[in-house]
Design a protein around this ligand. Structure first.
Ligand code: ZN
Ligand code: FE
Ligand code: FE
Ligand code: FE
Length: 187
């Protein structure tokens, strides 16, 4: 009830030392999620070139191309994480990323080549991908910290920053570099 005294904020519990006994179930979940995002990143290496080619805006095409190179670095970074965990780099199919990539393909099929509408569709699909990645790397960075895997956490945080940057760039492109007026004239 409202009269119950609330527990004091856990100031004393804030210990910065790394836990000696890594929670085995949490570690297992963590590794599974690393395998998921590893599969997802490798899938993006295959699908991003199609998205870039389908874009009309030079800025959008270049941004996606650049992010393809960044994504290859992210794959390598995850391989570094596997190594730190003493595991072989193995992917586990990410149903979400497969679906998001399918949506991207669908938007290209459903829009006219050279249209601003297609570029907008590509931006929507791409931002959905980035948001999935931001959620994944945000959570994984936190879990790595909880597990006391500080080096792994730093590596994942680097990728997280890149995904946020990509998301912001897509917003900027949507605001500045899509020729909406030309699209209207064509109607
Ligand atoms: Zn990713
Ligand atoms: Fe990525
Ligand atoms: Fe996934
Ligand atoms: Fe990304």
């Amino acid at each position: 009830m409202a009269t119950t005294k609330k527990a004091a904020p856990k100031k004393a519990a804030k210990q910065t030392s790394t836990p000696k006994n890594i929670e085995p179930a949490l570690l297992e979940l963590f590794i599974d999620e690393i395998k998921d995002i590893y599969w997802a990143e490798k899938h993006l290496v295959k699908t991003l070139p199609k998205m870039s080619k389908a874009a009309t805006s030079g800025e959008l095409a270049a941004a996606i191309k650049d992010h393809l190179e960044v994504t290859k670095t992210q794959v390598a970074r995850l391989e570094q994480v596997f190594e730190l965990l003493g595991k072989k780099p193995v992917g586990k199919k990410c149903e979400a990323m497969e679906g998001l990539a399918e949506e991207g393909k669908g938007v290209i099929e459903d829009t006219e080549a050279g249209s601003a509408t297609r570029d907008v569709g590509i931006i929507i699909a791409s931002q959905k991908v980035e948001h999935y990645e931001i959620a994944a790397y945000g959570c994984l960075t936190q879990i790595a910290k909880v597990l006391g895997l500080n080096e792994v956490a730093d590596i994942l945080a680097e990728t997280l920053a890149e995904e946020k940057e990509a998301d912001e760039l897509l917003t900027t492109i949507a605001e500045n570099d899509i020729n909406y007026e030309a699209a209207e004239e064509e109607e």
